[in-house]
Design a protein. Structure first.
Length: 184
């Protein structure tokens, strides 16, 4: 099943939350970019160089953005310190062990760069289950593979241990989603 209209709507809400944290002229890596690296297109006016990484995209150097088919849970074939922003939008909740992915994000960031994360509250999972049952959302949005959510304080401790600083956290969409920005 391809993305539905509701999938696109929910993704756009995440994109709108992350967008203000992308610097103009930024080099951006979207880890877990999904089938079409849509965030890079959404934020195109602020991005000079973009790479979307996901295990479902086709490798492609053509077009505006590079797409790299890779498992984000493993070391990526990308040079260190080459991005101003690494985004992980609705990715964290799919990772049984997020620390290696967060370490890789840190490796990819240039000094002064930032990691931008969004993830849904656990309250969203029953809602997604009903929407999936009604076929209003795709397999990509379905929540059966969601992991137990990491408390915000624990996530900040993990990020701090990796080397991140200057945390900004807030919720959006009636507290159903979280956004965190952490600086390298």
């Amino acid at each position: 099943m391809s993305y539905t209209g509701l999938d696109h709507f929910m993704a756009r809400r995440r994109f709108q939350a992350a967008y203000p944290h992308i610097r103009k002229g930024a080099r951006v890596c979207d880890l877990g970019c999904g089938l079409d690296a849509a965030f890079l297109d959404f934020a195109a006016e602020r991005i000079t160089h973009g790479v979307g990484v996901d295990d479902q995209v086709r490798d492609s150097a053509g077009g505006r953005w590079r797409r790299l088919r890779a498992d984000i849970r493993k070391p990526l074939p990308l040079e260190p310190a080459q991005f101003d922003n690494v985004v992980m939008l609705a990715v964290l909740e799919h990772l049984a062990d997020p620390e290696p992915v967060l370490r890789e994000a840190y490796r990819l960031l240039a000094p002064g760069g930032s990691l931008i994360l969004t993830w849904p509250s656990a309250m969203v999972d029953p809602i997604l289950k009903v929407l999936y049952g009604l076929r209003l959302i795709s397999d990509e949005m379905e929540s059966d593979e969601h992991q137990k959510r990491i408390p915000v304080g624990t996530l900040q401790q993990i990020l701090h241990r990796i080397g991140f600083t200057d945390f900004l956290h807030y919720t959006f969409e009636l507290k159903l989603n979280n956004l965190m920005v952490a600086s390298r």
